[in-house]
Design a protein around this ligand. Structure first.
Ligand SMILES: Nc1ncnc2c1ncn2[C@@H]1O[C@H](COP(=O)(O)OP(=O)(O)OP(=O)(O)O)[C@@H](O)[C@H]1O
Ligand SMILES: [Mg+2]
Length: 329
């Protein structure tokens, strides 16, 4: 990936939310949903984002598509600062699209499939001629594997997988470069998940799409990703090629995550690594490593200082003092 074009660069991105209210007698505090995230997304790749509930995956996705304004840090798209305001902003909105988890609630139940897929082209005035737009809608339905004859049907007349295909067709209608997919198959049956994942793969090849693919399911992430970022409590704790993460997980959190997958055969011996306790609260200022309170290797330094992502082998980065070369000396 070293000499590939960087499509999206996420630089020291943080996002906090104000929670609590003095009026209600709950002190106002900051909830740190994302802390100092640095990531690069290469053109044409799938960057998988994995981590347990509440670790900040959706917040990251929402910052990328402009649904959240970052508290600090910067996003660069094709080498320029990413801003959705002003005349350039509208063009950028077209280039970056998001697909959400629940294929039903993200579709307007009062609109037909055709109207839903057509809408972005009307809003962005990309295809002004009505007949051409209708033609494009039929074409897009074919691309995502829907029967173009069903163009006048309403969302409730489609199955879950088909509804997600409608969402995908709508996102594709603006010919985007980057799709941020937030758990796009989590609400679907396992057999349907595979079909929709294969569709994502096919579309990527056909249109040269780049994906930021969010999921809490390791098997889904493994199937689809070129590289994987593992998140914990608002931070990226490990980043590497999809196979690397399975062959040589470095971070204690990644190791625990992987050890939780049941063995492929009953004869395979596997030792589960358990992390004690729950994921700590993201409310208030954090000191030290986010995993410190649960990590079996925790030292005093881990409680005091927060480790930074550092490269261990080519393209494999980890944020953990266990791999600190300074310490090993
Ligand atoms: N609008 C908001 N206001 C306050 N807190 C928020 C808001 N959105 C997210 N959070 C908090 O930010 C943290 C990260 O949430 P986020 O939805 O990004 O996690 P996630 O990794 O997507 O989780 P899940 O796997 O459950 O979807 C959580 O603690 C969540 O409660
Ligand atoms: Mg989420």
């Amino acid at each position: 990936m070293a000499n590939q074009e960087i499509l999206l660069q996420i630089k020291d991105l943080s996002k906090s939310f104000k929670v609590g209210s003095r009026k209600l007698g709950v002190p106002a505090q900051q909830l740190h949903a994302l802390s100092h995230v640095d990531l690069e997304v290469y053109r044409g790749e799938t960057l998988g984002i994995i981590g347990e509930s509440g670790c900040g995956k959706s917040t990251l996705g929402r910052c990328i598509v402009g649904l959240h304004t970052p508290t600090s840090g910067e996003l660069m798209f094709e080498g320029s600062p990413l801003s959705f305001s002003g005349p350039q902003g509208k063009g950028l909105r077209r280039k970056i699209q998001m697909i959400f988890q629940d294929p039903y609630s993200s579709l307007d139940p009062r609109k037909t499939c055709g109207k839903i897929v057509e809408e972005p082209m009307v809003i962005h005035k990309t295809v002004e001629d009505r007949a051409q737009r209708e033609e494009r809608v039929r074409e897009l339905m074919g691309v995502v594997g829907l029967d173009a004859q069903h163009v006048h049907r309403f969302p409730h007349e489609f199955s879950g997988g088909q509804r997600q295909r409608i969402n995908i067709a709508r996102a594709l209608s603006l010919s985007p470069d980057l799709l941020v997919c937030d758990e796009p198959v989590s609400a679907l049956d396992v057999s349907i998940q595979a079909q929709v994942l294969n569709l994502f793969g096919k579309l990527q090849k056909e249109f040269g799409l780049t994906y930021v693919f969010i999921s809490h399911d390791l098997s889904v992430i493994r199937h689809i990703s070129d590289r994987i970022a593992i998140m914990y409590l608002g931070q990226v704790v490990e980043l590497c090629g999809a196979e690397g993460i399975y062959d040589s997980p470095l971070h204690p959190y990644t190791q625990a995550l992987l050890s939780a997958i049941p063995p492929a055969s009953p004869f395979e011996k596997k030792k589960a690594i358990e992390l004690s306790g729950d994921i700590p609260s993201p409310i208030g200022d954090q000191v030290g490593c986010p995993l410190a309170s649960r990590c079996p290797h925790c030292t005093d330094r881990c409680r005091r200082e927060c480790p930074q992502l550092t490269e261990q082998t080519d393209g494999h980065q980890v944020a953990c003092f266990l791999y600190d070369k300074e310490r090993a000396r």
